[in-house]
Design a protein around this ligand. Structure first.
Ligand code: AKG
Ligand code: FE2
Length: 332
């Protein structure tokens, strides 16, 4: 490969790409990881992670919990319908991605989910602010323990990931840490029913969208159906690979990097014929974080493409537009 080609390959996504890169965290030094992360996130904004040090039993536990939750009768799930803090059960066809920059989305998503966010205790000064309130739990023995154990492990890994991410962007290795002392996190236990045979072409389990925050680390079952948009507008499948997580850059991280890392649109159609389960973990900065283009991602000829934004404001605007329950009048 000539030097010019090599340079191009690190900055321009290869339109003919047939698969996403897999980055292994087994015995890799931070500098190597940083290089691989930079390449993947600059190219297509998506990759797989393997060997991230999370016990298989934790993964099996969270999927088992999700299945137990979703097979319950609808009334049991509605008993913990999503509260104004964005926690609880989100019924099918109650989210429509009106803020999609990708497509005119007209149909609500054909999926249901249980949403868990960072816990905010009543004695926490943040308690009661928008999106800072209590989680809701189903009446299922062992459910909470399994879900919290997985969430804790994902949080630990995500904190460790901050260093190679900072190095990849030529920042001091602990640069991101202060933004994540009180992170905004979402663990979503998603269930997709089989895609209806007569469904319209533009009906999706998850319509084309980008994620809002910093980074998303998703574990999927063996059904398949997730697709990632290439820069030429075609869609690349992100099929299940045992022992891996699918990872993507979200809007705030893309904005922080002045677009060097891409917040890539993705979508889901569950064509497996059976139920599909996935568990995305959204690891985002504290609500009060100001996201302003990084000093290392701007300079002469690379002026900042976005003004500074407070993450909590950006997030609220998105949620208010995309979720039906947020459009109802507040209960008295
Ligand atoms: O279920 C999936 O594979 C993707 C889910 C997703 O993109 C999301 O919840 O933001
Ligand atoms: Fe997503």
């Amino acid at each position: 490969m000539g030097k010019e080609q090599a340079l191009m390959d690190t900055s321009v996504e290869v339109a003919s790409r047939q698969s996403l890169p897999v980055i292994s965290f087994a015995e890799r030094d931070e500098a190597t990881l940083a290089r691989q992360l930079d390449q993947a996130f600059s190219d297509i904004g998506f990759c797989y992670f393997s060997d991230i040090g999370i016990d298989k039993a934790l993964v099996e536990g969270v999927f088992a919990a999700s299945r137990r939750f979703h097979v319950q009768p609808r009334a049991a799930k509605d008993a913990i319908a999503m509260n104004r803090f964005h926690r609880g059960y989100m019924a099918p066809k109650t989210s429509i991605i009106e803020t999609s920059s990708v497509a005119k989305v007209t149909k609500p998503n054909d999926s249901e989910s249980f949403m868990l966010m960072h816990e905010v205790a009543p004695d926490d000064p943040r308690y009661g602010r928008p999106l800072d309130g209590p989680n809701l739990w189903p009446d299922l023995p062992g459910f909470r323990e399994a879900v919290v154990a997985y969430e804790k492990a994902m949080h630990g890994f995500s904190m460790r990931l901050l260093r190679p991410l900072a190095l990849a962007l030529d920042l001091p290795r602990d640069w991101f840490v202060p933004y994540f002392e009180q992170p905004t996190t979402f663990l979503r236990l998603l269930h997709y029913p089989p895609h209806a045979k007569n469904a319209a072409e533009d009906a999706f389990g998850s319509a084309p969208h980008t994620d809002y925050g910093f980074i998303t680390i998703l574990c999927q079952d063996s059904s398949g159906g997730l697709e990632v948009r290439r820069s030429d507008g075609t869609w690349l499948p992100a099929p299940p690979i045992a022992g891996t997580w699918v990872v993507n850059v979200a809007d705030m991280l893309s904005r922080w990097t002045n677009g060097r890392w891409q917040s890539t649109p993705h979508r889901v159609k569950n064509l497996s014929g059976g139920d599909r389960y996935s568990c995305p973990y959204f690891f985002d900065m504290s609500m009060d974080s100001t996201v302003e283009v990084l000093p290392t991602c701007q300079g002469p000829g690379r002026s900042a493409k976005w003004p500074a934004v407070r993450y909590g404001d950006y997030l609220l605007e998105r949620l208010d537009k995309n979720y039906a329950y947020r459009k109802q009048p507040e209960p008295a």
